[in-house]
Design a protein around this ligand. Structure first.
Ligand SMILES: Cc1cc2nc3c(=O)[nH]c(=O)nc-3n(C[C@H](O)[C@H](O)[C@H](O)COP(=O)(O)OP(=O)(O)OC[C@H]3O[C@@H](n4cnc5c(N)ncnc54)[C@H](O)[C@@H]3O)c2cc1C
Ligand code: FES
Length: 287
């Protein structure tokens, strides 16, 4: 069992867990993920490592409540334990001195991009970050990204904080301004990563995206995470999750992500009907 050392509610629907997982902490690299299962009957879900501390033997994950498993996870508290915490999985993000790298994060993507930005900074890159959220109350880790960035631009869709609009607008302006950008890395909702890639393509700037298809085993066995990149079939869990955004078949990814929508809705409604005993059980937890 993997004990939760710390829980923080970053915004109402996004939570941070620091989990005791020394073997994962020892090997984790930016861009990798873990597969988490709450209990023996639970579904396996992939979550990216947002931070780790080899000395403490802990790994930090940040997750957004979107359905049954993430809502169940959100009910856990410090002192509770998770049955499985497998990783680190996937290929680490490629880090080298590129020159100037623009890190674009949307919503919960701020968490996985933070360690990548730090590693790129340590490798000698100039970091320009663009952080976007729908609204001010859904923004988190602005301070963390500001610390690692030479320049930070914050956007909110509704204009409640920072610049009003979506992340692709400042990205396009930056590229058009003549600023020499050597690479863009974009992590967030599929639609955001797709439009970041579409924005950079005419400028010929390599754009890395972290793909999030449905995964089951996370080790290349089930084929569930199949994506098409450059006309070739890839398994995001072992060949990625990072890929060249200009080569990704975005329509296929979006369609495959929606395959189980009816089952997911049904599962969530069923769980909500039964939520009270579960809340009571978790209420008995240590803290
Ligand atoms: C490599 C990778 C890293 C990820 N890292 C993070 C992260 O750091 N933080 C975060 O909040 N989310 C992350 N995700 C997405 C996260 O795994 C899903 O939000 C979660 O699985 C949803 O499960 P659910 O039961 O709560 O929701 P459901 O209602 O079951 O599903 C909601 C939506 O989530 C997606 N999803 C469902 N099951 C899976 C699954 N087994 N694998 C992948 N996607 C699924 C589907 O698009 C689905 O429509 C990552 C996904 C991948 C592939
Ligand atoms: S999750 Fe099974 S092959 Fe990738």
């Amino acid at each position: 069992m993997y004990e939760i050392l710390l829980k923080q509610d970053l915004v109402p629907n996004i939570h941070l867990f620091k989990v005791v997982a020394p073997a994962v902490a020892k090997k984790a690299k930016p861009g990798q993920f873990v597969v988490v299962r709450i209990d023996e009957k639970g579904e396996r879900i992939p979550l990216t490592v947002a931070d780790w501390d080899e000395k403490e033997g802990s790994v930090t994950i940040v997750f957004m409540e979107v359905g049954t498993t993430t809502a169940r996870l959100a009910l856990l508290k410090a002192g509770n334990s998770i049955a499985d915490f497998v990783g680190p999985l996937g290929l680490p993000t490629h880090i080298e001195k590129f020159g100037t790298v623009v890190c674009v994060a949307g919503g919960v993507g701020a968490a996985p991009i933070a360690p990548i930005a730090w590693a790129l900074k340590k490798a000698g890159n100039k970091i320009i970050s663009i952080l976007g959220a729908r609204s001010k109350d859904l923004l988190f880790w602005e301070d963390k990204l500001r610390r690692v960035s030479d320049q930070l631009i914050v956007t909110t869709d509704d204009g409640t904080y920072g610049r009003k609009g979506v992340v692709t607008e400042p990205l396009k302006e930056l590229l058009a301004s003549g600023e020499k950008v050597d690479q863009v890395i974009s992590i967030g909702p599929v639609v955001m990563m797709k439009f970041c890639a579409k924005t950079t393509e005419p400028f010929g700037v390599k754009t890395i995206v972290s793909l999030n298809p449905i995964m089951v085993d996370g080790t290349g066995m089930c084929g569930c995470c199949r994506v098409a990149v450059g006309g070739k079939t890839k398994f995001a869990c072992v060949d990625g999750p990072d890929f060249d955004g200009h080569q990704v078949d975005w329509d296929l990814l979006s369609a495959r992500q929606r395959i189980y929508l009816d089952e997911e809705k049904c599962s969530f409604e069923q769980w909500q009907r039964n939520v009270h005993p579960e809340v009571k059980a978790h209420g008995k937890a240590k803290s």
